[in-house]
Design a protein around this ligand. Structure first.
Ligand SMILES: Cc1cc2nc3c(=O)[nH]c(=O)nc-3n(C[C@H](O)[C@H](O)[C@H](O)COP(=O)(O)O)c2cc1C
Length: 368
């Protein structure tokens, strides 16, 4: 697909600035689909609050020059301890969708996680990106799951991420109020249903996305399925959507290489704790036996530092990169990732860290 180099409307000076730019260009119901959470959006708000309340104690007189920001995730070195979170239907934001965001991530030297519900086929995304991981939603049809795994492997995906926090879709009231349906020209390109999918069937008072996932996703995924996946998969395996340390420990026992402490950006169980609140207990439980990533609410380089200081090895960033995609296609996403890199380098420097590993030894304190 031809890359569309949309000019940026204005020049953001912080990763968070892309939200306003996106809001100005997106249809309101698409803005709501991306920005919204489930229920009363309690968890959505808590994610941000808990990060804001995480104070990091800087070290001084360390005698180190500007620190490198590179980090090892799943055995490979990246330019930042950051990956692009898996997010569905990116052509809702920009005609180039996944191709543009994967290319920007590849150029920035960080992994891009391709969603099962991508609107561009995984093969095309893998060609556009650098290090591309595949995110799996367990489907009712196990044959389809096996096909997706084969396709991801053949496309060269370097890790597999199983999302475990969507037995059903959370009740996203904005989508229900908007009777939101995915426009016909944006399809779930990895699934055979395509344009005939329930995701396009606008029904008053119904989220078509919820109706579609209800029909297609397996509702009762279990530890046995994770074991099956572990046996079938040679690339590193990541379990996304863990909050309870007991589940993190069990994932390690099954052979997960990483867990993502995530509440799906506040889009699933409304009332689940903020990820910054849940993270330390998970880190304590798994020790050095697997990597721990955090997502949900990361909005800038300081949040990456906060997550590391709380014990994470890295973070996934979601919505800000969709907003950058909406604002400027590939060049918008590149600008956002470049700002994020600058913000993170400044945060590391100001905290007196010689490198990313040192950030995991910083202490935190609650800020009111
Ligand atoms: C529009 C949108 C679509 C998403 N689609 C998926 C998906 O297909 N698979 C998945 O595992 N998570 C999905 N997520 C959740 C993200 O991977 C991630 O957990 C969350 O967005 C992180 O929070 P943040 O957006 O506050 O950074 C989606 C999130 C958004 C906002």
């Amino acid at each position: 697909m031809a890359e569309q180099m949309s000019p940026m409307r204005e020049s953001p000076v912080a990763l968070a600035d892309f939200a306003d730019l996106a809001r100005a260009v997106l249809p309101p119901e698409v803005w709501d689909f991306v920005a919204g959470g489930s229920g009363a959006e309690t968890t959505l708000a808590a994610n941000r609050r808990a990060l804001d309340q995480t104070g990091v104690l800087p070290r001084v007189l360390c005698g180190v020059p500007t620190p490198p920001t590179d980090a090892r995730l799943l055995g490979a070195v990246h330019t930042l301890p950051v990956a692009v979170a898996p997010m569905a239907y990116q052509r809702l934001l920009h005609p180039d969708g996944e191709v543009a965001l994967a290319a920007a991530a590849g150029a920035a030297g960080i992994p891009y996680v391709a969603s099962t519900l991508g609107s561009v086929p995984i093969e095309q995304v893998a060609r556009a990106g650098g290090d591309v991981w595949f995110q799996l939603y367990w489907l009712r049809d196990r044959g389809l799951v096996a096909d997706l795994l084969d396709r991801a492997e053949a496309a060269g995906c370097t890790a597999l991420m199983l999302t475990v926090d969507v037995p059903i879709l959370g009740r996203r009231l904005r989508d229900v109020r908007n009777s939101f349906a995915i426009p016909a020209d944006v399809v779930a390109a990895n699934l055979p249903t395509g344009r005939g999918s329930l995701a396009h069937a606008a029904t008053p008072g119904v989220s078509a996305v919820a109706a579609h996932t209800g029909a297609v996703f397996a509702p009762a995924v279990s530890w046995d399925d994770l074991e099956w996946l572990r046996e079938r998969t040679s690339v590193p395996l990541v379990v996304k959507g863990v909050l309870d340390p007991r589940d993190a420990t069990r994932a390690v026992a099954v052979g997960a290489d990483a867990v993502v402490v995530s509440n799906h950006g506040g889009r699933q169980l409304d009332g689940a704790p903020a990820t910054a609140t849940a993270l330390p207990a998970v880190v304590d439980a798994v020790g050095d036996r697997c990597e721990v990533l955090l997502d949900s609410g990361v909005r800038g380089g300081m949040d990456v530092l906060r997550a590391l200081a709380l014990g994470a090895h890295g973070v996934l960033v979601g919505r800000p990169l969709l907003w950058a995609l909406a604002a400027g296609g590939r060049s918008g996403a590149e600008a956002a990732l470049s700002l994020l890199a600058d913000e993170f380098r400044d945060a590391l420097t100001l905290a007196g860290c010689a490198d990313v590993v040192a950030a995991r030894h910083l202490r935190t304190t609650r800020v009111e």
